[in-house]
Design a protein around this ligand. Structure first.
Ligand SMILES: Nc1ncnc2c1ncn2[C@@H]1O[C@H](COP(=O)(O)OP(=O)(O)OP(=O)(O)O)[C@@H](O)[C@H]1O
Ligand SMILES: [Mg+2]
Length: 394
C-alpha cells in the first residue's frame, strides 16, 4: 500500500485540451476580442468580423480563442441569438478547405455526406443552413498556416468574401484566424490581407512571473492541497520562461513531475521531480539541435513522427518510414534521396538520440531495421518540424 497516494486531484486539468475558466494575464486580450465581436450580441446580421490572433508557441492563442468562443456563445444564448463557435485546427484537416468546411457543416448536420460536393458548394450549403436556422457562426481557423500552405490565397479569399455575393441577406459567418507568425499572410493577395489584418491581437510569450500565476492556478485545480511546494512551481516557471514563455511547456513539465512523484510515492512534487521531468523531455528541449538537422533529415524525421501519430505501434520499419518520408518530400517539394543516403540520415538521427534503431529478428521477409521514438511525443515533434520546415521554405 502506498503511504501517500497520488499527488493529483484531477489530472485532466493539465490536459492540453482543457480550457480554464480564468486565463491569468490574458484579460486585456480577451476583452479586446469580445469588443471586436460585441456587435453579435446587438445586431448580429448587420456585419461580420475577422480577427487574427498571433503569437509564439504556447503563448495561449488557442486557449484564448476557445475561452472567448465559449463565453460569447453563452452570452448570445442569453440574448436569444443562435450563435455557434466552431474551432477547427486546419493542420488536423490537412489544410483542406473542403474538409474544414465539411466539419463546420457537420456541426449542424452530423451525418452530412463527405462526397459529391466541392468546397464552394459546401460554403453555399453552410450559409443556406445558417439562413434556415437563423444561426451565426464564428469560425476559428487554428494553425491557419496550413490552410494558406495548402490552398493558397484563393481559398481564404472565398471564405472572407463570402457575403459579398449575398448583398441583401443577413451576414452570418465571422472568422478568428490563429497563427504563429504573420509572415504567412504575405502570400495572400493584397485585398484579402488588408481585410484580415485590420484586427490583430498579438500575444507575447509570458514572463516568469506570469507563468508562475498560470501554473499556480493549475496546481490548485489539478493537485491535492500542499503537494506542490512553491520552489517547484518557481523552477518550472523558470524553465518555461527559458522556452520563450511557453505555458504549455510549463504545464506539461508539471504534469510529468507529478508522475515522477507518484512513481516514487513521494507524496510531494519536489524540485528533483521537475529536474527528472526535464531530462525526460530532453530532446524536445534541444530544439536548436532539431534546427541544425539537414533538410532531408528533417523530412525523414517528419515522416517518422507522422507514422507514430497515426499508429499505436512502438516501432516503424525503415520501409514504412521511407514511404512516409516520400510523402513529406512531396509536401515540401523536395526530391527524395535514395535508400543508401536515407540510411545515413537515419544514423544521424540516431546519433543525436532523437530516434533509436534496432534490427528485427529474421522474419518471413528477412531482417529489417526498426525505428522507435522513445523520448519525444510524435505530435510535438511534428509540430516543431513543420514550423522549422515552413521557415526554411519561405
Ligand atoms: N493565460 C493562461 N492561463 C491559463 N492557461 C494558459 C494560459 N495561456 C496558455 N495556457 C495554457 O498553456 C497551454 C498552451 O496554450 P495554447 O495551446 O493556447 O498555446 P498556443 O499559443 O495555441 O500554442 P501553439 O502555437 O503551439 O499552438 C494550454 O494548456 C493552455 O491552456
Ligand atoms: Mg495553438
Amino acid at each position: 500500500m502506498s503511504p501517500y497516494g497520488s499527488v493529483f486531484r484531477d489530472e485532466t486539468k493539465l490536459d492540453i485540451n482543457y480550457v480554464p475558466h480564468k486565463l491569468p494575464h490574458r484579460d486585456a486580450e480577451l476583452h479586446l476580442l469580445k469588443e471586436f465581436f460585441s456587435f453579435i450580441l446587438k445586431t448580429p446580421s448587420k456585419m461580420t468580423q475577422r480577427v487574427i490572433i498571433t503569437g509564439k508557441v504556447g503563448a495561449g492563442k488557442t486557449v484564448l480563442s476557445q475561452r472567448f468562443g465559449a463565453d460569447i456563445t453563452r452570452e448570445a444564448g442569453k440574448h436569444g441569438i443562435n450563435l455557434r463557435y466552431a474551432h477547427v485546427n486546419c493542420r488536423e484537416y490537412r489544410g483542406s478547405l473542403f474538409l474544414i468546411l465539411h466539419h463546420v457543416v457537420s456541426v449542424f448536420h452530423p451525418n452530412f455526406p463527405r462526397r459529391g460536393y466541392s468546397a464552394e458548394e459546401l460554403l453555399r450549403i453552410l450559409l443556406q443552413i445558417l439562413d434556415e436556422e437563423n444561426a451565426y457562426v464564428i469560425l476559428a481557423l487554428d494553425e491557419f498556416e496550413s490552410l494558406v500552405e495548402r490552398e493558397g490565397s484563393d481559398a481564404v479569399y472565398k471564405l472572407t468574401r463570402v457575403h459579398e455575393a449575398r448583398q441583401d441577406k443577413p451576414q452570418r459567418l465571422s472568422f478568428v484566424c490563429i497563427l504563429r507568425n504573420l509572415k504567412i499572410t504575405e502570400r495572400l493577395d493584397a485585398s484579402t490581407r488588408s481585410t484580415l489584418q485590420s484586427n490583430i491581437i498579438n500575444l507575447d510569450g509570458y514572463s516568469k512571473r506570469q507563468l508562475k500565476d498560470i501554473l499556480d492556478d493549475r496546481v490548485f485545480l489539478a493537485f491535492k492541497p500542499s503537494t506542490v511546494p512553491e520552489d517547484t512551481v518557481d523552477s518550472t516557471a523558470e524553465l518555461a520562461f527559458a522556452q520563450g514563455g511557453n505555458a504549455r511547456f510549463g504545464i506539461e513539465l508539471l504534469w510529468r513531475a507529478g508522475k515522477y512523484a507518484d512513481a516514487e510515492d513521494l507524496g510531494t512534487v519536489i524540485p528533483e521531480c521537475v529536474r527528472k521531468a526535464v531530462s525526460s523531455v530532453y530532446p524536445l528541449m534541444r530544439k536548436s539541435e532539431l534546427a541544425t538537422l539537414s533538410l532531408h533529415e528533417k523530412l525523414l524525421l517528419l515522416g517518422i513522427a507522422r507514422f507514430f501519430k497515426e499508429s499505436q505501434n512502438a516501432y516503424v520499419s525503415l520501409a514504412e518510414a521511407e514511404k512516409a518520408y516520400a510523402v513529406a518530400c512531396e509536401e515540401f517539394s523536395a526530391q527524395p534521396h535514395g535508400h543508401t543516403q536515407l540510411w545515413k540520415h537515419l544514423q544521424m538521427l540516431s546519433a543525436f538520440g532523437i530516434v533509436e534503431t534496432k534490427v528485427s529478428a529474421a522474419g518471413s521477409r528477412g531482417r529489417s531495421t526498426l525505428i522507435s521514438l522513445p523520448r519525444i511525443s510524435a505530435y510535438e515533434l511534428e509540430k516543431e518540424l513543420c514550423a522549422l520546415l515552413g521557415h526554411t521554405k519561405t
